[in-house]
Design a protein around this ligand. Sequence first.
Ligand code: GP9
Ligand code: MN
Length: 634
Amino acid sequence: MNFRKPTIPLYIIASLLFGLKTYIVYRFMFNVELDNTMQEFILFINPFVSAFLMFALAVWFNKPSRQMKFIRYTGFIATFVVFANLVFYRQFTDFITIPQLFMGSNMSDLGSSIMTLIKPFDVLLFADTVIIWILSKRKVETLSVSYLKRGKVFALAVSMLLLAGNFFLAEMERPQLFTRGFDREYLVKNIGLFNYHIYDIVQHSKAETQRVFADGNELNEIEEFIEENVKNDEKSEMFGAAEGKNVIWIHAESLQSFVINNEVNGEEVTPFVNSLIKDEDTYYFDNFYEQTGQGNTSDSEFLIENSMYPLSRGAVFFTHGGNEYHALSEIIGNDGYTSAVLHANNGSFWNRFQMYNSLGIDHFYDERAYEINEENSIGWGLKDKPFFEQSIKYLQSLEEPYFAKLITLTNHFPFELDEEDKSIEPYDSNSNTLNNYFPTVRYMDEAIEDFFAQLKASGLYEDSIIVIMGDHIGISANHNKAMSMYLNKEEITPYDQVQLQRVPLLIHLPGDGDGETISNVSAQIDIKPTMLSLLGVEVENDIYFGNDLFAENRKDYIALRNGDFVSDDYVSTAGICYDRETGEPLEENIDKVPETTDTDETNACSTINEKVQMELQYSDDLIYGDLLRFYDFD
Ligand code: GP9
Ligand code: MN
């Protein structure tokens, strides 16, 4: 029997010290945003969970000196990982990812400034490491443990339980955290830096394996499909209509079509946008659909840049930010255009730094470029009015011609707005989300109106075209009861649901005079070819799935990311075809009817369905295999 005085073993001391240290670093050195007590709590526990997970492995070493050595080195390496992330964070407000580690450019940026990023007090980061080091050398016998197999398994089980508890809380706080990725900051604050790194390694290896096994062979088949079903070599009448002009692109957060030319409590919701639609210089597309998946805003950005579909799982910005693309920004960049994104949010959200690099976007003005304080912010950050105001100077500084995308923020779920910014009253229904949506939409409408005035006053208006596009829906199907009340319908049918996926698209060409409302079925996938045509840029070889919106001979369907589609004649959702005009379901289910008994109509609908599924699959294959790297664009 061993009657050693009970002491706390080193692996537990190390877990506590290291956990506490990491917590302090998260809380006070990384600038992570915490919105509620639950987030505070998760941030507090996850450092201890991760620390225990690492240090408790020490119990598997039987020899005390080995055990001590393991704890010593684990402490040192883990501290170094924290330190490296801290230095990286000071430069990029982001955490290290495996691809970035091997991706030269970011790191070389870091190289030159590294000395300015290290602070003298960073030494304190190693304080616990030193204590652990000394203890591990001097108290080998007293602080080591020799558990029986049972004890070892028990320690491991405790680790796993703690981890499961942490993941459970994280998933509760951020549903779909692991599939969508969102932002590395979310991952780190929910599951901790070390688990985040493991997650990142797994994600990266998954993507890499698919990439590695891909060769260019599939490209031929994809090109054939595009040649046959998508491409239209005729130039539209609008080809070159905006040649050499600046493009000022307003990416309107959560703006849906159902509020356009509509009222709430007897008041117009979007008076300015409505007046712009009537303007003789505006082309308005009233059957224009959003095609985003889980990546929301970033998916819509992906669509307009690439004319390819985002992924059905996760945010492609996040999962495939390092792929080879042939984006709109890059193409017009070769034609003398400067490209920029202006968005007063954390630049690392949706992995924008990396993806913008891959898309060939020249400048990114993120929150650091804006003056943001209590007064001028709400909800997600800077309010749209000061955002546009503060953006003018950046537009003026861009080398012309430019393509500048301004992403708004105020009209974002949960649609918060200060009293002083409320020009119209909320709606009155059982859904506060829908109720509050109207005043924030109105606020954005006013912000856009002011922005137009500023563009005119600063002389930017004349040489530019201005595009306004809703990025994705703001009101989900969860609010259908309230929505049906607002739309004066008995219920929201699946057909209505698809129709609610329409977002406004306005292309405003100062001085054009021939503006009109165009009702062709169209979608975000069509933007890249449309912009290229408007700017008069001809591209010989390219891979894309949309059409110029002004062309006569367009593909007669658009696919939604979930496999639903809208064609000139049909709306198909969940395997049922509806007549697009009447909203009446066709007799048969497209998936189930054997061809011989098909009516002509269901036959036509299932033919389109086949194409739609192929198209989505091809687009996915391109992304998962990173196939564009094999394509010869010249
Ligand atoms: C985030 C902003 C809004 O930067 O674009 O995010 P969303 O949730 O709409 O993608
Ligand atoms: Mn959005």
